[in-house]
Write a protein that binds this ligand. Structure first.
Ligand SMILES: [Zn+2]
Ligand SMILES: [Zn+2]
Length: 751
């Protein structure tokens, strides 16, 4: 084995270089040079820092059936590895946008005047949201753009036997202390007698007297500097302790600011959730989050100027202090009684927290979370009205887009690396969760044609409308267009209701539990959709635990768990059959698209009064009327043929205008028509698919007993296609085949 030592030495050297390249320690003068190089960057408060952090990672436009939204990339944790990215925030683009708006307001005003309160049902990713922001802060703080600086006071040990230069222990004379241009910032640790920290991580510029500071800021930022820096940086001051140290040095050096600043060591700092630096989360059990204690009998005291040794020096501590310069999260804020957190609102009002001997002015963004029940109770509180203005309420509902919800559970199953995850297992779980959250549309809120379409929507149809943008196949072309255009309005309908869609329903926590249990099911080798359905049915019996199981069922299946389970079973059977049919290759998808394309071609020629070149005979023939009628019958066309044909052509033409030169995607433009064509074609082949499914079951469950060579080869080919195209394994393919033979192919017409 190679000697690891040289390699280790090289790593040490790299680490040392990284340390100095990171410009971790600076004198005050060096800091001013840095400040002048990027004045906006180095004059930020916590709110501006957070806003810049959002901007730093940028946004991406997300197209959903219910509209275009803006997603803030930081919530995808792009700097992290694959495993880390599983903690990303799924969906919630609206929450992101509102949080950004809140911090942008603070940044513009130059002060934080509200607590951002995320409210929603239990388990709606409020803490995941904040955790993502905090992780982004940790990463951003390591970049040049996100560099953060704090300061310490440094008192040197005597040099060359010069006792008078030992800190201040021997009593200092103004001619002692630092020489012109000297700084103690870079002293070796051995030459430092004492260091006094600023626990609040005050901005270094706060050390400059207000007049000097403002002149400097005008110098680097221009004459409108007062409008361009946070209020506290413009006219505030350092914390009480730093004020005391500053005052003592200032007196000792008879007002020579340069000598005072020679004691200042600026150091880069990094946000850390683990060590509670600039990012702190507090549970509801905490009571006091800021306190102070007197600094006694420490070496640092002996090194301070004589005048200070008779002053009681207090240092603040607590979570508000730990979070200084960054973000503090109060989870379940309203779970505490108002008495326990009223001071926070007062702090926001006045900008400071009163401690025993001093007032604390922490530079912080505050975010809280609450479930809807606690917020409702708080709204009834007599003092609510007076505090409402100090809260920025941001609603965080459950997701109602099942495709987004599914990715939460996909991340979970990837992380657990247990059994094979069968197709549809997480999909069914996500669909179930979303179905429990669906509200029946209030038809009276929509104009005429949409009103009745909305009233007829079942929860599953509504869920598919949101996630896939697909309308029920029972609708006509005209209705399809009307409803498609109304998806955004349906999705946002309940935004203004106190009982909005996404407030009540199964929590992702419960569904995660269901998936974890299903993954242990003794009857299956995979995480099976059948096991998920079983566990969901069990969940539905726990009526006393969940309010979403106690809602009155309304028309079309809303709030009806029995309906949810039934449609999920049907859905699973339909999709499995579709996959088996595709895997057998009996019904080629390209074929019905081609057929429809040919139909459009003939219709177009007919409308224009043109003929069509017959490829076989080379003659120009009129459009094939019987073929067109056939297709119209197969897709279930409504209205007159002429109307129907004009509609089809105008949709194709409209699409072509928007996408010149591109191939028309008939499958997405006319999904229902193509679905029906496919079904008609399939009728002829269903018996064969049933036969092939039986062969596949014999192959996987009985090692192919009794299959002849051809049948075995066919079954093997079909199994391989199920694996590569749809992600089955031997076990879950067998499970699905058994279900299909029992539920779908048991019909005597088929079997
Ligand atoms: Zn301080
Ligand atoms: Zn499997």
């Amino acid at each position: 084995m190679a000697d690891p030592l040289p390699r280790l030495q090289a790593l040490f050297e790299q680490e040392r270089e990284r340390f100095s390249a990171g410009r971790r320690v600076l004198s005050f003068d060096e800091y001013l040079t840095l400040l002048a190089s990027a004045p906006e960057r180095y004059t930020r408060d916590a709110a501006r820092y957070l806003r810049d952090l959002f901007d730093h990672y940028g946004t991406t436009a997300v197209e959903r059936p219910y509209g275009r939204t803006t997603r803030w990339k930081l919530f995808d944790l792009p700097w992290d590895d694959d495993a880390g990215r599983r903690d990303a925030l799924v969906g919630h683009e609206q929450v992101q946008g509102e949080f950004y708006r809140a911090i942008s307001n603070f940044a513009r005003q130059g002060r934080v005047d509200r607590l951002v309160l995320l409210h929603g049902p239990n388990g709606s990713a409020k803490s995941t949201f904040v955790a993502c922001v905090m992780r982004a802060m940790e990463h951003y703080a390591t970049t040049d753009e996100g560099a953060l600086y704090r300061y310490h006071w440094v008192f040197p040990r005597g040099r060359g036997g010069d006792a008078s230069r030992i800190g201040f222990g021997a009593g200092v004379r103004p001619e002692d202390g630092p020489r012109a241009g000297e700084s103690y910032a870079h002293l070796d640790e051995g030459a430092v007698e004492a260091k006094v920290l600023c626990e609040l991580r005050d901005h270094p510029l706060l050390l400059l007297p207000v007049g000097v500071r403002q002149a400097l800021l005008r110098e680097v930022l221009g004459p409108d500097a007062d409008a361009r820096v946070p209020v506290e940086l413009w006219k505030g001051g350092p914390c009480h302790k730093c004020q005391q140290v500053f005052g003592a040095l200032h007196t000792a050096y008879r007002g020579d600011l340069r000598k005072v600043l020679a004691h200042v060591q600026i150091e880069r700092w990094y946000v850390s959730r683990r060590y509670r630096v600039g990012a702190v989360t507090l549970g509801p059990q905490m009571a006091v989050d800021a306190r102070e204690r007197q600094v006694t009998a420490s070496r640092s005291l002996a090194a301070l100027p004589a005048s200070m040794q008779y002053t009681a020096l207090f240092e603040p501590s607590g979570e508000l202090v730990d979070a200084a310069g960054g973000l503090i999260e109060y989870s379940d804020l309203l779970k505490r009684s108002l008495e326990h957190w009223k001071y926070l609102l007062l702090m926001i009002e006045t900008g400071e927290v009163a401690l025993d001997t001093s007032n604390l002015v922490p530079n912080l963004v505050l975010v809280g979370s609450s479930n809807e029940g606690h917020l409702d109770a708080f709204r009834e509180h007599p003092e609510y009205a007076s505090f409402r203005g100090r809260l920025d309420l941001v609603r965080a509902p459950y997701l109602t887009d099942w495709i987004a919800e599914k990715s939460i559970y996909d991340a979970q199953t990837q992380a657990s690396e247990g059994r094979h995850v069968a197709p549809h297992a997480t999909e069914l779980a996500a669909l179930f969760a979303v179905l429990t959250r669906m509200k029946r549309p209030a038809a009276e809120r929509y104009a005429k044609p949409v009103a009745s379409l909305a009233a007829d929507l079942s929860p599953l149809e509504k869920a598919d409308l949101y996630a896939r943008g697909t309308v029920p196949s029972r609708l006509s072309g005209e209705q399809t267009r009307e409803l498609s255009a109304a998806i955004g309005a349906l999705y946002r309908e309940s935004d203004v209701y106190p009982n909005y869609e996404g407030r009540t329903g199964a929590s992702p926590r419960e569904i995660r539990g269901v998936i974890a249990d299903a993954g242990q099911h003794a009857g299956y080798r995979c995480l099976s959709p059948f096991a998920v359905l079983e566990r969901l049915a069990e969940l539905c019996t726990r009526v006393s635990e969940f309010d979403w199981l106690r809602q009155d069922a309304v028309a079309n299946g809303y709030h009806d768990p029995k309906y949810f389970l039934r449609v999920l079973r049907e859905r699973l059977a339909e999709e499995s059959e579709d996959e088996f049919r595709t895997a057998t290759g009996l019904v080629d998808e390209a074929r019905y698209v081609e057929t429809f394309e040919r139909y459009v071609h003939h219709v177009s020629a007919q409308i224009k009064g043109e003929k069509i070149r017959n490829r076989l005979t080379g003659r120009d023939d009129p459009p094939d009327e019987s073929m067109m009628k056939d297709i119209e019958r197969n897709v279930g066309a409504t209205g007159t043929a002429e109307e129907f044909r004009r509609n089809v052509i105008s949709r194709v033409a409209a699409w072509a205008i928007d996408h010149p030169g591109e191939k028309v995607p008939y499958a997405t433009l006319f999904p229902n028509h193509l679905q029906r064509l496919k079904e008609v074609f399939y009728q002829d082949h269903r018996r064969q698919v049933a036969l092939l499914t039986r062969e596949l079951l014999v192959l996987t469950r009985e090692e192919g007993a009794g299959l002849d060579a051809d049948a075995r080869r066919r079954a093997e080919g079909n199994l391989a296609a199920l694996k590569t195209r749809f992600g089955y394994c031997d076990h879950c393919a067998a499970d699905a085949a058994a279900m299909l033979l029992k539920d779908r192919f048991a019909d005597p017409k088929v079997a």
